[in-house]
Design a protein around this ligand. Structure first.
Ligand code: FAD
Length: 178
């Protein structure tokens, strides 16, 4: 069940609410364990990107460097991609007991390699959220869109899918090489 604005956050029988949205096998489970289900908690969303992800000897990756918007759930993807790029740069150096300066240079390279994709993904997430909000608030626009000629609707869909692809697959090729 999505936590939208119509959700009533007052105490409620959440076991029964979840059960009413579930297939029978899961509904039974929710009903049996209703007294152990806690009320939902609202989590605040923080989106951002550290200007610098590293100091000598320390590097931030994933959420620590660039907490993502929940739009299209990309946090784990990008954190894993950061880790792969970090491994590609650092494993060879650590295997040859490289100098500290060399490792610190690698940290700069890791940020330089990952940052453009993060900035692009966050921009796409922001645009998608704004578009969703516009459509949610504007019923006239929603109904106009459904009345557009098929060809135009297909074009809009193609452009949306292209942006989706970039957000979900990234803008750079990331492959573990070590
Ligand atoms: C409710 C919720 C739902 C989400 N759903 C999705 C989703 O569907 N898809 C998606 O892609 N992303 C989702 N995310 C985001 C995703 O979980 C994060 O983007 C992702 O886990 C970031 O990975 P990370 O390795 O950077 O950080 P984390 O996964 O947070 O890992 C950091 C680790 O460091 C540990 N740690 C913290 N402090 C210390 C310390 N002092 N010493 C030792 N260890 C420490 C923590 O316990 C944790 O295990 C969701 C996030 C939340 C909160």
């Amino acid at each position: 069940m999505s936590a939208n604005e119509t959700t009533d956050w007052k105490p409620a029988d959440w076991g029964e609410i979840f059960a009413s949205h579930s297939p029978s096998w899961l509904a039974e489970h929710f009903r049996n364990y209703a007294d152990t289900i806690e009320s939902p908690i609202r989590l605040s969303v923080v989106v951002g990107c550290c200007p610098r992800w590293h100091v000598p000897g320390v590097m931030l990756l994933g959420d620590a460097a660039h907490p993502m918007s929940p739009v299209r759930a990309q946090g784990i993807n990008v954190a894993l991609r950061d880790a792969i790029v970090a491994a590609n740069h650092l494993v060879p150096l650590l295997q040859t007991s490289a100098e500290h300066q060399e490792i610190d240079r690698a940290l700069t390279q890791i940020q330089a390699e990952r940052e453009p994709e993060i900035i692009r993904a966050q921009k796409l997430q922001l645009a998608e959220a704004a578009q969703g909000e516009l459509l949610r608030k504007n019923s006239l626009l929603r109904s106009l869109l459904t009345k557009l000629p098929l060809l135009l609707r297909k074009q809009i869909q193609r452009s949306w899918l292209k942006r989706q692809y970039e957000m979900r697959q990234g803008i750079t090729k990331v492959q573990l090489t070590v």
